[in-house]
Design a protein around this ligand. Sequence first.
Ligand SMILES: [Zn+2]
Length: 110
Amino acid sequence: MDTETAAVTGHDVTTITCVCGNTVGDDGLIQANSEGVPIQAGADVPAGLASWPDDGELFTLCPSCGRVYRDSVVEETGTAPVAFRVDVATGPIAEAIRLHWDLSAGSDRS
Ligand SMILES: [Zn+2]
């Protein structure tokens, strides 16, 4: 199976242009855990979102198409292969994405 790879500049996950064409400046990109669930930093994590992973292993979720990139791979290699895909149309991750945008409204971080 061919691995899809997103365009990225300078080993920086915030510069990813997803395979679907989405960027931080379009629909945004969301920090997620190893299951693709958006992460909420801090101690107060609402139901539906994931807490910051203990191992610090972060992923970047494209909320447009559900492709997920592994941050450590991007930072080490400067390439952004798709790690896995999640369902962003329905289900718990779709709900979590809505929640994420509600919480981050007014913030400029992804
Ligand atoms: Zn995408």
